[in-house]
Design a protein. Structure first.
Length: 165
């Protein structure tokens, strides 16, 4: 036995609605709303768990980075100590590189066994014997190059004279 009830909507018209249908519709709307809210709650929970996991992983990455940084510092300090010991054991010689205010004014950079040496011109400095040998070989090569250029220029001028006569 269903009862009809007159319901007055906001617009003022009267509509005949079955009371059982209205209750069922109202209950299914509430169920749908509860279901929607539960899904939203579940999604928020998953998002929070994901954020917590990412924060945890970021914290682990930061800890790992700090450990690697400390390990690298220790290696660098050990390397510097070993370099000082090695440098102390290398035979050193005093040199003084020519300096002018034109072509020969900049520092000279020399590499030896993976190390770079920057040598100031115009002052006497101590360097490993190997660095002094590199500089001596470089200077000798420059002298041979200059001699060869002079010889080639002389030959070219002689041939030019020959052709002009």
């Amino acid at each position: 036995m269903s009862k009809e009830k007159n319901i007055t909507p906001v617009d003022g018209t009267t509509t005949g609605v079955n009371e059982d249908t209205a209750v069922k519709t109202d209950a299914s709307e509430k169920d749908a709303e509860i279901k929607r809210l539960m899904e939203q709650l579940e999604n928020e929970k998953k998002a929070r768990e994901k954020a917590e996991q990412e924060a945890f992983e970021a914290g682990n990455a930061a800890m790992k980075f700090r450990a690697e940084l400390e390990q690298n510092r220790t290696k660098a300090q050990t390397t510097q100590t070993n370099d000082v010991i090695q440098d102390a054991s290398e035979e050193r010689v005093k040199i003084k590189l020519f300096k002018d205010n034109k072509e020969y004014k900049d520092d000279v950079v020399v590499g030896l066994n993976g190390k770079i040496y920057q040598i100031k011109r115009g002052i006497e400095v101590e360097v490993p014997k190997g660095v002094a040998e590199i500089l001596a070989n470089s200077q000798a090569q420059e002298e041979r190059t200059a001699e060869m250029i002079e010889m080639l220029v002389a030959e070219t001028e002689a041939k030019e004279k020959e052709l002009n006569n």
